[in-house]
Design a protein around this ligand. Sequence first.
Ligand code: SF4
Ligand code: SF4
Length: 329
Amino acid sequence: MDFFKLSNAGNAKEYFGVNWALTTKCNYRCSYCHPDLYNGKIKTAEFEVISNFVDKVFEYCDKKGLKPFFEYAGGEVTYLKWFGDLLSLISPRGGLVSIISNASSSLDWWNKHVHNLHGVYLSFHVEGIKDIEHFIQVAEIIEKSPTTHLHVNVMMLPERFAECFAFAEKLRSRVECTIALQPLYYGFGGAGITGKYPYTTEQEEIMKSFRGRSYQKDIPEPRGSMMVSMDNGEVLKKSTFDLLIEEKTNFVGWDCNAGIENIVVTFQGDIYRAWCMQDGPIGTIFDAQLELPASPMLCRTKICQCGADICSTKVKRKVRGNIPQLVAV
Ligand code: SF4
Ligand code: SF4
C-alpha cells in the first residue's frame, strides 16, 4: 500500500448507504454466477416488511441529518412485481436509489420508472443476452434521463472476449455513459472470490485501458468515487474499479467505517456492516428497531472485494498492535 487513507469523494457525507441484495430470481443463468443468485430458492420478504424497513432507514437518517441511498441488486430486481412501488416510496422522500440490472425488462418498464432511479449499473452478460439492440435502447432511455447516472459493466468471458469487446465499442459509439470491461472471478456470488479467470496479457491491457464516455449531469454522487491520500502527500481521486484493478484493496489492520456510513442487507434480510461479513450480523430487517454501530472496525479480511465495501472510509492505523487472525475470503 502506498496510501494511508481512503475517503469518499462527492456528496457521500450527506448520505447513508444501504446495499441490499433483494431477490434471488433472475431470468439469466450465467455460468460464472453462483446459482443462489438466480435460482429463487431464498424467498424475498413481503413488500410490507421491505417498506417498513425503508421507513426505519428514513427515521434513522432523519436523526443523523442524512438521506438514505439504497443500492438494490439480485438476481434481477426489475422483475419484482412491486419494485416500481418501492421506488415510488423512496425517491419522492429525497432518498436515492441505484440498481444493478441486466437490462432485459421491457422498454415500457424503463420509461415508466427511470425518473425514480438515481443510478443504473447495467451488466452485459454475453451468455444471457437475447437482443443487443434492446440493451442499447435501454441504455439510451437512461442516458436521456437528466437525474440518472448510467454505468455499464461488460462481463468479459475469456472465450468470448472479442464479442464482448465489440459490444463495448458499439455501445460507446451510441451512448454517452461510463463503461468498464470487468474481468471475471471464480467464486462470484458464493462464499468468496478464489481467483481470476485466465486472460492474456493483451486482454488484461485492453480491460485496464478501456473507458466509456464521460458525461455531465448535475446530480449527487453519494458513493463510488474515492479520495486517496497518498504517503507522499498527494490526494488522488479514484473509482473503486481503479482500486480493484490496481489490486489496492488489502486493508488488513486499517480502521473501516463500514456499518457507520453504510450497511448491507442479505437476501435473507440479515444486516451486516459490509459484504465481507466480518464480525457477524448486526440485525435484521424484521427487527422492531434499527440500531447500528457508532465505532469503526479493525479490518481483518484479506481482500476488500466488493465496490460497496471499498467505498467506506478507511484509515491505516499508525501503530498496528495485535491484528487478529485473517478472515478467510
Ligand atoms: S450474473 Fe447477474 S444476470 Fe447473470 S445469472 Fe447472475 S444475477 Fe443473473
Ligand atoms: S474487507 Fe470489510 S472490514 Fe476490511 S476494509 Fe473491506 S469492508 Fe472494511
